[in-house]
Design a protein around this ligand. Structure first.
Ligand SMILES: [Zn+2]
Length: 75
């Protein structure tokens, strides 16, 4: 049978696990970016700087969401 100290330690460990899961969820937030240096043949990703042949909705290299605009970064 667990005594109260063990229960407190166990609860704290669960809390720490829950907090780390929240941290992971926060870093999993999709990256956003936009295309710059847009020319007739290529454009570049503001997030990873790669060249792409087309303005995709998502960067094919880093996966950043390109549908938003830069003002998404302001908050
Ligand atoms: Zn990219």
């Amino acid at each position: 049978m667990m005594n109260s100290i063990d229960l407190i330690i166990s609860a704290r460990q669960h809390l720490a696990e829950a907090m780390s899961l929240i941290d992971i969820a926060g870093t999993m937030k999709p990256k956003t970016g936009h295309w710059f240096d847009v020319g007739s043949l290529s454009c570049r990703c503001s997030n990873c700087g790669c060249k792409s042949t087309k303005e995709f909705n998502f960067c094919p290299h880093c996966g950043a969401d390109m549908r938003g605009r830069d003002d998404e970064h302001s908050y």
